[in-house]
Structures are given as C-alpha cells and as structure tokens.
Ligand binder design. Structure first.
Ligand code: PGA
Length: 247
C-alpha cells in the first residue's frame, strides 16, 4: 500500500520570516493528515522551516541541488549541505529548472548523487504543449525517463512527479483520467527495470492542483500524491492536505 504524499513546492516564494508566519497557522492544521505532507521551501528558509516542522511528522525537502559534494560551483548547494539542514527529499528536474538550461544528463547525475547521500529524489518529468498536441507524450515521457534514470537502480524511496508543462502554473490542470493514463505508463516503464520497486515507488501528479480537484487525482490508482505550487502558498493548503476529509 503506497502512502499518499502531498508536497508544497513554494518555488521562489516565502522568505524565512514569511515561512514562519504561514507555518505558525498551517502546521497545527496539517500535522495529522492521512497523507504524508512535505514542504519544499527555498534554500534560505530551510533552517527556519526545519525548526517549525520538528516533531510534527511533516517532512522537509529542497527544490534542487548540485550533484557534487563541494567545490568551485558558485551559487550552488550540495547534497551534504542539504543533509545537514535536515532535508529528507529533493525535487530534481523540475520543468522550471530545465527551462533555465538543466539537461537530462545533469538531472541524471543529481539523481545518482541524491540516492548516494540518502536523500529521496522526486524526479520530475512531463511534456510541453506542442508534444501533447502532436500526441507523442508517452514517447516523450519515456525518453525523459531514459535520460533521468540511465544507469540507476530503482529503489522504493524514489518518487516520480508527472507534471505536464502546459498544466503547470497555468490554472489548466490535466484531466485526472488522462493523468492516470500517463502515471500508469510511467509505472509500466519502471516495472521493466524492477517490477517490485515499480509497485512501491510513489508517482505524483502536479499542475494546477487545488482544493477542488485534488481528490479526483488522488482517487486514480497510479497517482499516489500531488506536487502543489501556487495553491500551497497560503492557509487554504489545509484543504488540499486534508483532501479526504469533509469541510
Ligand atoms: P502549480 O505548480 O501547482 O502552480 O501548477 C506545480 C509545480 O510546478 O510543481
């Protein structure tokens, strides 16, 4: 049985003081949900958020990392630094990072490094609008998986986030049945590498998730969680985290 996970990707929002303000209100409301909750703050807010999450059962993650442990990489953050900050998860290969020039090869190195350091990678993928229009999204997803997972042994603690680019930050979510079709395709791809792990790896959907549509995504058999951007930045995130309760 895969435990559902709901991740708040704050992106480049929430300074340490803003994070403290939001979490003071939010943490009591989301610390005993049936799904695992995960907060992904910007780097400079990690320590403040870690303090506020201590003992709550809510997990901490980072939005990116370099694959090297240290060295002349101005502006980068290493897996060792994330470990010391108490990070359990790291988002890798988000489309907004790929748009800044991150290649599949780099993401592959990052996934390897995260696994080596015991940080759980949330490996992102998803097709742009023009690929969707041409009907070749499954081929595109498969190529991204080839790149990201090349030379990597699967482990059950990895997560995959399917985030179609046309649905991310646009207010136009995918259809939940269609997201299920892609998630199921991803699981069958994983099963070709390792059938046991494929059953255990959690696959998330991301892209314009809100409190009204979350339940329809999480009711799909291969969607085990959600990666939430815009709707994670205020107290209404409680409704998403408690998607299976009545309000
Ligand atoms: P969104 O972002 O919920 O604002 O669409 C999701 C993401 O980019 O992870």
């Amino acid at each position: 049985m895969r435990k559902k996970i709901i991740a708040a990707n704050w992106k480049m929002n929430m300074s340490a003081s803003q994070a403290e303000f939001l979490l003071a209100a939010l943490v009591p409301k989301i610390s005993n949900t049936s799904a695992e909750c995960l907060i992904l703050p910007p780097f400079t807010s990690l320590y403040a958020v870690k303090k506020l999450l201590a003992g709550t059962g809510i997990a901490l993650g980072a939005q990116n990392m370099h694959y090297m442990d240290n060295g002349p990489f101005t502006g980068e953050i290493s897996p060792l630094m994330l470990k010391e900050a108490g990070v359990e998860y790291v988002l890798l290969g988000h489309s907004e990072r790929r748009a800044l020039g991150e290649s599949g090869e780099m993401i592959n190195l990052k996934v390897k490094s995260a696994v080596n350091h015991g940080i759980k990678p949330i490996i992102c993928l998803g097709e742009p609008q023009e690929v969707r229009e041409s009907g070749t999204e499954l081929e595109f997803i498969s190529n991204q998986l080839d790149e990201e997972l090349g030379g990597i042994c699967l482990c059950s603690e990895m997560l995959i986030a399917y985030e179609p680019i046309w649905a991310t930050g646009t207010g136009c979510p995918a259809d939940s049945a269609d997201a299920q079709r892609c998630a199921s395709f991803i699981r069958s791809y994983l099963a070709m590498k390792d059938s046991q792990c494929a059953q255990e790896i959690r696959i998330l959907y991301g892209g314009s998730i809100n409190s009204s549509n979350i339940a329809s995504f999480l009711s799909q058999s291969d969607i085990d969680g959600a990666l939430v951007g815009g709707a994670s930045l205020n107290e209404s995130f409680e409704r998403i985290a408690r998607y299976d309760e009545e309000f």
